[in-house]
Design a protein around this ligand. Structure first.
Ligand SMILES: [Zn+2]
Length: 383
């Protein structure tokens, strides 16, 4: 874990950010535990927590009994005041738009989901987004929204908030951050939706303590977000994580990306539905749960395809954990066991030191919580 503050060299702002992130990781905790995690002096912690309490981002919440070194002593507990800060998360996925009102603790207090009509031009989408977002914002009377985070499918330039290429929706060069910021006069952040999900799992989910992990999202396509050294990895201009377009079958099915045999063509929701000529993924899942052999085989085979690609990935980046999100990542389906079996069969590094392959802790709401996490991360925790 890399959460060391510095008393002299770095700015007060950095130390403040370390204290807030420590509170996110530790939950209800003491000043002593924050000092231990951040390596900041107790005087620095005292000053910073006093400031955060004055701003009402942090509250004193009774006493903590436990302390390993000084048994029996009581310490004052500190917690983030979760309702102190509110953002709106906007999740744009294939054919769907979701809005969520989310607090500092990553809880969704209000949510709206709508289907996007097929064949929307960039301009039609921008108009629809602004209208629907305005309606959602108008419905929020109880709190002040401080920022907006947007997670969108496709290649995104995080620096300027531009959707460069969302091929499945046929969109190019939408200046999303500029558009939304000028309409709502709020700070706006835009990133790839699966990178946002990785951030949500790091901040509020099951990966708070994992320094290096991959978040994989199986939806209509397959995307991933990588956290390295406790931070989202963005590679070059458009970021990284197009694991859905790793070649799985040499000379396999044509893919919209220009390659052939991409993993996405064999293991995504769309691939399974197409293969079985089923009406929807839900129908395949229901069949699978009822014991239909064909549905079970298709889901298991998709898991094996993901496991095959992940084995190579693990051999390249021996991350601590792989987190899988999406409807197929369900305890009652054979998808995850098939991934684990295939990885164990193929990756010697996995067998040398096990990588945890886990379900995402945040389920249905991971899209909007992810988008909101982006705004919370840059406006509060890492400001
Ligand atoms: Zn592809």
């Amino acid at each position: 874990m890399n959460l060391k503050g510095q008393n002299n060299i770095r700015t007060k702002q950095t130390n403040r950010s370390q204290v807030l992130q420590a509170l996110l990781r530790l939950g209800r905790t003491s000043r002593q535990n924050i000092a231990e995690l951040t390596h900041l002096t107790s005087a620095t912690i005292t000053n910073l927590t006093a400031e955060l309490i004055r701003e009402e981002l942090v509250r004193e919440t009774g006493n903590l009994e436990e302390n390993r070194k000084r048994a029996g002593r009581k310490f004052i507990a500190l917690s983030l005041y979760e309702d102190a800060y509110w953002v709106v998360g906007v999740h744009i996925s294939f054919g769907q738009l979701e809005f969520g009102l989310v607090n500092l603790g990553g809880s969704v207090k209000k949510q709206r989901k709508l289907d996007l009509p097929a064949a929307l031009s960039e301009q039609q989408f921008a108009d629809l987004l602004l209208t629907e977002l305005q309606t959602f914002m108008d419905g929020i009377q109880e709190v002040d929204v401080q920022a907006i985070g947007i997670g969108c499918l496709g290649l995104i330039n995080f620096e300027n908030g531009v959707v460069l290429d969302a091929k499945p929706m046929n969109w190019q060069n939408i200046r999303l951050a500029e558009l939304v910021a000028s309409a709502f006069k709020l700070p706006v952040y835009v990133d790839n939706n699966v990178r946002c999900m990785a951030l949500a799992e790091k901040m509020f989910g099951g990966s708070k303590l994992a320094g290096h992990f991959l978040c994989l999202f199986i939806g209509e396509g397959i995307g991933s977000g990588l956290v390295l050294n406790d931070d989202v990895y963005r590679g070059g201009l458009t970021g990284a994580g197009e694991i859905g377009h790793v070649t799985y079958v040499h000379d396999g099915f044509d893919c919209w990306c220009g390659n052939r045999g991409c993993l996405e063509q064999y293991a995504s929701n769309a691939a399974i539905v197409r293969q079985l000529k089923a009406p929807s993924l839900d129908a395949v899942i229901q069949d699978c749960l009822k014991g239909n052999a064909e549905a079970q085989k298709a889901i298991r085979q998709a898991g094996r395809a993901v496991g095959t690609v992940l084995a190579s990935y693990i051999n390249m980046f021996h991350v601590d954990q792989i987190v899988v999100a999406g409807h197929l990542a369900d305890e009652n389906l054979p998808f995850m066991p098939a991934i684990r079996e295939e990885v164990a069969r193929r990756s010697f590094l996995f067998n040398r030191e096990k990588v945890e392959i886990a379900f995402a802790a945040i389920r249905e709401q991971i899209g909007v919580i992810g988008a909101a996490s982006l705004a919370l991360h840059y406006e509060v925790f890492k400001k």
